[in-house]
Design a protein around this ligand. Sequence first.
Ligand code: NAP
Length: 294
Amino acid sequence: MSELGPEGCQPVLLGVIGWPVGHSLSPVMHNAAFRAEGMDCHYVAFAVPPADLAAALAGIRALGIHGVNVTIPHKEAVIPLLDEVAPSARQMGAVNTIANREGRLVGYNTDGWGFISSLEEAGVKPAGMRAVVLGAGGAARAVAVHLALSGVSRLTISNRTAERAERLAALVRDLVPGTEAEAVASGSEEEAAVLAEADLVVNCTPLGMHPDGVDLTPLPRIDLLPPGAVVYDTVYRPRETRLLREARQRGLRTISGVGMLVHQGACAWEYWFGRRGPVSVMAEAARRALEAME
Ligand code: NAP
């Protein structure tokens, strides 16, 4: 299949499957990129309830949909339904990108790449940093493993459910031998001690996500962070989350997760088209869409 479709005459269909999926920025981002590149491709949001996930994958094969992104709540559930899963996605236990290779559905995970690319774009080099990851779900797994691969000097996973943090720290030590990875419980004295020495904090919980009414959940103790620390929020709606606002008001460097969203989408192009998506076009489309939503 060429980029313009089979025999250059059929448009190519791609999309995102999630539940709910109506507020996904991916269609706006990818369609802007296709227009900018002059490609006859169309990206659609498919609302797929969990009970219909297997049928949706059969539909992707039957209809010849070229590729899809996978979002909450399907990133883990989709794995046993695929024909092949890239080793890194299997290790992370989550797939966010599927490529349809002549009827064989192959799963990948570009969230970690997206995160590291967005950090680098912001001029932050994680090598040698003492990093704290808040959360132990799918996003935290991708972020933690890629921080370890990037050579952080110490990695602490802090989570509400301490056992999940322990499991993620063990996974990181297993996948990236030599990494000093430990787990602490959210709000504990141990968490306070690592925050006081941290260079980088990455929120991978939905804390502060829009729309959630008045969110009174206490924020992590970023008041303990040393000056010069960087606070990254994977949540990107609103663009300035409560955590980022508080960090900025304390004079800390802040980075929004919209860059992670853009770069994970641009990386997905590698699996669909064999080249990276146009990052600046995608970033501008995401920025405008977010602005319109606020
Ligand atoms: P997930 O697998 O459901 O994990 C959620 C994590 O957040 C768990 O560790 C959970 O703790 C914790 N958590 C949930 N509610 C909490 C609360 N009220 N207080 C404290 N901790 C809480 O979700 P995910 O897929 O990792 O996604 C997490 C967030 O990452 C999402 O909100 C999304 O906005 C963001 N994300 C962003 C991108 C991007 O491209 N920027 C990509 C993926 C995800 P327990 O283990 O105790 O339940």
